[in-house]
Design a protein around this ligand. Sequence first.
Ligand SMILES: *Cc1c(COP(=O)(O)O)cnc(C)c1O
Length: 397
Amino acid sequence: MKNTSKPTVGGVNTLCTHFGELEDAQFKGVVSPLYMSTSYAYEDVDIKRYPRYFNTPNQEALCKKIAALEHTEAALIFGSGMAATSTSLLAFLGKGDHLVISRQTYGGTQNLLQEEFGKFGIEFTFVDGTGRADYEAAIRPNTRVLFLETPSNPLLQITDLQAMAALAMERGLVTLIDNTFASPVNQNPADFGIDVIIHSATKYMGGHSDICAGAVAASSEHINRIFNLAKNLGGSLSDYTVWLLERSLKTMGLRVKAQNENALALARYLSEHTDIDRVYYPGLEEHPGHVTARAQMRGFGGMLSFELAPALDLSAFVRSLKWVRASMSLAGVESTLTAPAQTSHALISAEQRAKAGIRDGLIRFSTGIEDFEDLRADIEQALAQAKKAAKQGAVNA
Ligand SMILES: *Cc1c(COP(=O)(O)O)cnc(C)c1O
């Protein structure tokens, strides 16, 4: 693809605001014009623009911005995060190949492998941990890809990017990472030698819970390889949504900074609270991945998890919150939460959940941009309700 300009200047907010914008030569409007055309007259054999070829004016402009934000040569935008993940994986894996991936990854990615990869003859190994030793032990002669996700979902475990890139280099493997939780504001895996960076742009890039999209950033060579498959699989994004995503990206630096600050303040508040058993947040010094996170992240992200003390009624806690809603998705400007034992992990037994580190009082919290004091007060009153409900439950039982 042609998006090979690598910026040498500009902080993250400047890149978000200015980089890769289209110029409105006709009317001098200050934002990118939106070109919805699916048909472009062509003059030479070289450029045939078409949305499914990922090369409309708006698509190419947004790819420049994303590549700049991820410190890579090129990027591609997709119709969803899973389109980005599936296309990228299949671009590097064929029949008889093998990949190593952690159990601590997004559930949809695990489903993709478990439900689809068998029929392509692609083998995979799930490792329980997220460290180099866990991955290394699973490498086979036919291994081609290491798939990473850090911070991980839902326990916010940290993988050492540099150690993984070194391992991949030694063994001649390609590294793919799901960088959704960190966002390009907090973490640029390419700086540590990771090859292919994947985002569900539905999350922090979109940031307003109203766009479904995906993105991949990598070297021009790797992006070309992914593009060659992508144009056949057809997971491109509509130009209208591309344009909306460009608008969202302008404020990503500000949003994520506010989310980082709220999440850190919330993690500190909760870790000192007697009604909370445990807090998982890489920004806390007691987090086992804290030192690694410090070395490879600029901020620790808006996602955290915590466990209510067993003496509290989880359902009553969730019900009593006024600002914070229980919802499956994440990374919007509004705070949301999910209880994995009631949602994503509801269908497996409590014993299996425990093995995966998912305790029944676990809550995964996506921090928004609200004023911290309002969030804290909301959680405080909901904890009081949860305590009261648990006491009543005990009396009624
Ligand atoms: C949501 C999500 C995805 C999948 O993205 P979609 O846009 O829903 O397809 C992948 N990885 C992570 C970490 C996610 O949170």
